[in-house]
Write a protein that binds this ligand. Structure first.
Ligand code: SF4
Length: 321
């Protein structure tokens, strides 16, 4: 059959992916457990170059303070030189030592070769990142660095980047960190976060199944609303996060998330409950959990909104998986 060479070639690809994936997990203590090599290659690049252009405002601290996680993931170590694709009729065992086919050479080796420059370069395209390719969440976080792109940096204790499954099918986007989040550096861990966790679990997910982030990554003083210049400075990182996770649906929690992502000033009371679209991704605007704590009578509407999301994913209340 003429399909044999393709099958063997695909098997070689799978073996190579598996080898790199295992190395990655082994050397990073499981930190990248949920990101396999194939996905890493897929995600790498596209938004990062664009993100750098969007956040081109000089950020000396990024250059001065490279990311704490200086060790590149093992999957990003240089690969050996690659040979041409295998002979079609050679037996599988004879081809086992050969490197992967040339068509898989895309961005990984280039990124792998220069992770340090990726972090330190403060202007222009990232070394080793091809224009139009996708970044990973780790790359975006490194790019954010010890961010001082807006005045919210002055009062923060921690940058609250985001948490959860980097391959989540569902992402929740809130407004900004509160006091508890600022202290812990994790989104939605205070009272509103506990309500959000209950909402997520009621939908049939565990919190770790989804990805959670905010429009702004630093706490506004006294929990005031983020100001337009702060949203403008920070939102490219949110957009890059969504590009990296590439979920099937987004729940925008409250007016700041919905209005920022949709570029729509319609009040959340009118926007909620109706599917919208963000960059080809379904987006459901609903109330922010903090608002629901103040107005518990509105929980019913929020639950109706979330039920539409569950219907989209074919989930029943409390059904896991
Ligand atoms: S809110 Fe965003 S843009 Fe402003 S300092 Fe924090 S991370 Fe940087």
């Amino acid at each position: 059959m003429s399909e044999a060479p393709e099958t063997s070639q695909e098997l070689s690809e799978v073996l190579e992916d598996l080898r790199r994936h295992l190395l990655w997990q082994e050397e990073d203590g499981g930190r990248f457990l949920q990101v396999d090599a194939r996905l890493a290659a897929e995600l790498r690049g596209a938004g990062l170059a664009r993100l750098r252009a969007q956040t081109a405002k000089p950020a000396p601290s990024v250059a001065a303070q490279p990311a704490p996680a200086a060790q590149p993931p093992p999957a990003e170590r240089p690969m050996p030189p690659r040979a041409p694709p295998p002979e079609p009729e050679r037996p599988l065992a004879a081809r086992a030592p050969e490197p992967p086919p040339a068509r898989r050479e895309a961005p990984a080796p280039r990124l792998i070769e220069a992770p340090a420059q990726v972090v330190r370069s403060a202007a222009g395209p990232l070394p080793g990142v091809v224009e139009g390719e996708r970044p990973t969440l780790d790359e975006i976080r490194r790019e954010l660095g010890d961010c001082r792109r807006c005045k919210l940096c002055d009062g923060r204790k921690n940058i609250v980047f985001g948490s959860g499954n980097p391959r989540a099918e569902l992402v929740f986007v809130g407004e900004g960190p509160g006091a508890d989040e600022d202290v812990q550096g994790v989104p939605f861990v205070g009272a509103a976060g506990q309500l959000l966790t209950k909402m997520i679990e009621a939908m049939g997910y565990r919190r770790d199944d989804v990805y959670i982030c905010n429009v702004v990554k630093c706490r506004p003083p006294n929990n005031r609303n983020p100001e337009p210049d702060e949203v403008t400075a920070c939102e490219p990182f949110l957009r890059a996060q969504l590009q990296a996770v590439r979920p099937k649906a987004i729940v925008a929690l409250g007016k700041f998330a919905a209005q920022t992502l949709l570029r729509d000033t319609t009040p959340i009371t009118k926007m909620r409950g109706t599917w919208r679209e963000y960059e080809g991704i379904k987006l459901m605007p609903t109330f922010h959990p903090a608002y629901l704590l103040r107005q518990p009578a509105e929980k019913k509407k929020a639950w109706e909104d979330l039920q539409q999301v569950m219907k989209f994913f074919g989930k029943q209340p409390g059904q896991r998986g």
